[in-house]
Write a protein that binds this ligand. Sequence first.
Ligand code: NI
Length: 258
Amino acid sequence: MIIDTHAHYDDEAFEKDRKELLEGMKEKGVGCIVNVGASLRGCRDTILLTEEYDFIYGAIGVHPSDTDDLNEESFGWLSENCQKEKIVAIGEIGLDYHYPEPSHEQQKYWFERQLFLAQKTKLPVVIHSREAAKDTLDLMKQFKGKLNGGVIHCFSYGVEMAKEYVDMGYYIGIGGVVTFKNGKKLKEVVEYLPMDRIVLETDCPYLAPEPNRGKRNSSLNLPYVVKAIAELKGLTEEEVVCQTCENAKKLYSLGDMD
Ligand code: NI
């Protein structure tokens, strides 16, 4: 069974056919999806999705680019709602220095607050880090041994950085980029990664793999990612599906799922 560990089905890109698409997932081999909130609105909609579909679980947290959403009141809401039964992680949280706003200070402040929330609730974390390798690693090292694991999602750094996170016990989220012709850096990371550290993710509606690059992504494209990983690791596609499924269950403690 394929598990998509990172999707955004609350996105407006799915407005027209969300129900139809999600209802067809199981019969097409996607047995479980973790929908990840990025904004406060996304977190609310993630909770609704987990209530509507038995095979959808949720992560809630506020993305660095959306930290204007956060204040004591909304942080309180987050702290309360992450205790819901089908909320399995805090995320996506982290640092994104691609755009000048919000300020690095603001991003770091709310990243740390949400890391403390993860520590308190013993929930794993879903980390977003773009063009902020050093600051992310510094903070994650501060929390070393204090968190209940997590995943570095849409991994965009090199082998050296991957090793840092693997050594701290984190999973690495691999998605469509591994199929891109210019995805050499990520291919090297996958070659390096131990198989028990890799989880599959789409980040849909973004980052559709080849041959659908540029189109709207969905969990139904994950077999292309599986194929790319299988080729890089010299494994069968079935082996990749089995191992990543087991990894995803461990990451999010989805133990009692069939
Ligand atoms: Ni995402």
